[in-house]
Design a protein around this ligand. Structure first.
Ligand SMILES: C[S@@+](CC[C@H](N)C(=O)[O-])C[C@H]1O[C@@H](n2cnc3c(N)ncnc32)[C@H](O)[C@@H]1O
Length: 237
């Protein structure tokens, strides 16, 4: 089974990522502001997870439809943040061409697939479902920042505040970050491609996007190479 199909669909995932619940109060309004679409716009929240950012999108008057692969996330979403939801795979979206004004892709939800072709296909699908002039907000971790914070802990198992064990490693070709976790005897392995800034721009262009703005943080400051977050606002050409 692909790592992303298992790790995110496990009940322990919600415990490992519980800090993201509180962080939504800051991330949601900030990212919805950077998406910057008019009230009434139709936005696809892809992938939506358990919907923690949906209220912030709706607070701006956006009409939101969420999609995710994880049945468990969608179940929680239905309970906590009701709204239209679809179970889907990011590589083949079940939506018509040009049906959306915006795609909202938050919290490093690109780079999960093993091949460049599949990661390109995800962006290609985002472009396909957007109207010409539609907006993609792609919120990624900054590669240089991640390298810096991972360096002192790389290859070392440590116990987190939440009581599970974690080890971070870069793949031998330095393109992907592998995060191993052991909690209550269950083992998890995230395996995420972390692109360079040039790679992000090349993949966006190849998918049919033009860059509108690149930000270096939730406050909308300009992109810079060492920023913790690389947030791209791209327009479907
Ligand atoms: C880090 S979470 C981010 C969720 C949400 N954007 C947020 O900020 O809370 C990544 C999500 O991607 C979903 N996912 C992973 N692979 C997927 C795929 N191939 N197709 C659809 N969703 C996928 C997972 O189920 C998980 O909910």
């Amino acid at each position: 089974m692909d790592w992303f199909a298992r790790d995110f669909d496990h009940p322990l995932y919600f415990r490992i990522y519980h800090e993201k619940e509180a962080e939504a109060a800051q991330e949601g309004p900030a990212l919805a502001g950077l998406l910057d679409l008019s009230p009434g716009s139709r936005v696809l929240d892809l992938p939506c997870g358990w919907g923690r950012l949906q209220p912030a999108l709706e607070a701006r008057g956006l009409r939101v439809l969420g999609g995710d692969l994880s049945a468990l996330n969608l179940q929680r979403h239905r309970q906590e943040f009701p709204g239209p939801l679809v179970r889907l795979d990011l590589r083949a979206l079940p939506f018509h061409d040009g049906c959306a004004d915006g795609v909202f892709c938050a919290y490093t939800s690109w780079g999960y697939f093993a091949s460049d072709a599949e990661n390109q296909a995800q962006l290609g699908e985002f472009a396909r479902v957007l109207k010409p002039g539609g907006v993609l907000l792609l919120d990624l971790v900054g590669r240089n920042h991640l390298r810096k914070i991972a360096e002192p802990i790389e290859n070392t198992w440590f116990r987190t505040r939440d009581g599970y064990r974690e080890r971070v490693r870069w793949s031998p070709d330095q393109r992907r970050i592998w995060t191993d976790r052991i909690m209550e005897g269950e083992r998890f392995r995230h395996d995420i491609w972390i692109p360079t800034g040039d790679e992000v721009l090349a993949f966006l262009e190849h998918a049919g996007f033009g860059l509108d703005q690149a930000f270096g943080g939730l406050d909308g400051c300009p992109w810079h190479a060492d920023a913790a977050r690389w947030i791209y606002r791209a327009i479907k050409i």
